[in-house]
Design a protein around this ligand. Structure first.
Ligand code: CP
Length: 310
């Protein structure tokens, strides 16, 4: 039994396996019912279209039974402790997939008191399964991750943080974060990236597009108003001027093979123009598909411990 609470808990080989398995499932499907008769809980206290549905559908395709809990469904809302909840759910479930508003420590606390696998489906600061889907999309597109350069534009949110950790764990993958001043990934994340990458991590953060040299293989963006969390500065949108991914932006950094990624949901016309999101470079819809292959890869790995890509 394993958990996937933070990518910082993984080593490079483990992340490489999870990505490779997701790519394989995306190509060949998962024919074996590797999770037959297993039970997976989905506790989402925040809204979700992709993550919740892809874990449900992925678990079903692998033969597992699922139960979904919304924000008011567990006795947590009436005061039952996380610890007691974990001990009880461990009697029934093999894994609990969790999305909360809370810090990652809540998931660690849950896991410490549980004998089931805990999977982070988005916490306050990190979205690890999103990064696995992102890397699977890039690996599928280019055949490998080594030597690729990803430009992640916009807010340094939980998806950007997870991508930075994933890049640090992936030898040869270069990530440039391009964020408005004051909206980048926090300094402690960049310090963790350095530690994870054994000081060889190719992750840099800039506020000026002129610092980005040459072309990139993938341009990635996210909603600027992450999960509807209001920003302190009422005038925050001004800081994001120049960070919209439109054809003019793409022309500055793209080669003929450059692809566009978006973790979705998008605010069309804000962080990305319609013509880019719907255009020939866009892999955002394939990336959404890889949410499910990543979910399947993670559930198998956590519950059964398998490490066979094929
Ligand atoms: N990308 C993502 O996590 O989407 P949902 O919020 O719809 O799950």
């Amino acid at each position: 039994m394993r958990n996937l609470i933070s990518l910082t808990d993984l080593n490079s080989a483990e992340l490489e396996y999870l990505v490779a398995r997701a790519v394989y499932i995306g190509r060949d499907g998962a024919r074996a019912k590797s999770l037959a008769d297993r039970a997976v809980g989905l506790y989402f206290s925040k809204s979700s279209t992709r993550t919740r549905t892809s874990f449900w559908a992925g678990a079903a395709r692998l033969g597992a039974h699922t139960i979904a809990y919304g924000p008011d469904d567990l006795q947590l809302v009436t005061g039952e402790t996380l610890q007691d909840t974990a001990r009880v759910l461990s009697q029934y479930l093999d894994a609990l997939v969790v999305r909360t508003n809370g810090p990652i420590g809540d998931m660690r606390s849950l896991s410490a008191n549980a004998s089931l696998s805990v999977v982070n489906a988005l916490s306050e600061c990190e979205h690890p399964t999103q990064a696995i889907a992102d890397l699977a999309t890039i690996a599928e597109e280019f055949g490998s991750l080594a030597g690729r350069h990803v430009l992640c534009v916009g807010e340094g949110n939980s998806s950007a943080t997870a991508l930075a950790y994933a890049a640090a764990l992936t030898p040869g993958l270069r990530l440039t974060l391009l964020c408005p001043d004051g909206y980048g990934v926090p300094e402690n994340v960049l310090e963790t990236v350095e530690r994870l990458g054994a000081d060889c991590a190719q992750v840099a953060q800039y506020t000026d597009i002129n610092r980005v040299r040459g072309t990139v293989d993938a341009i990635y963006t996210s909603r600027w108003q992450t999960m509807g969390v209001p920003k302190e500065d009422a005038d925050w949108l001004r800081a994001f001027e120049g960070f919209r991914i439109d054809e003019e932006f793409v022309a500055k950094v793209a080669s003929p093979h450059t692809v566009f990624l978006h973790d979705l949901p998008a605010v069309r016309g804000q962080e990305v123009s319609d013509d880019v999101l719907d255009g020939a470079r866009s892999r955002a819809w394939r990336q959404a598909r890889h949410k499910m292959t990543a979910a399947m890869s993670v559930l198998e790995w956590c519950i059964t411990g398998t490490e066979h890509v094929h």
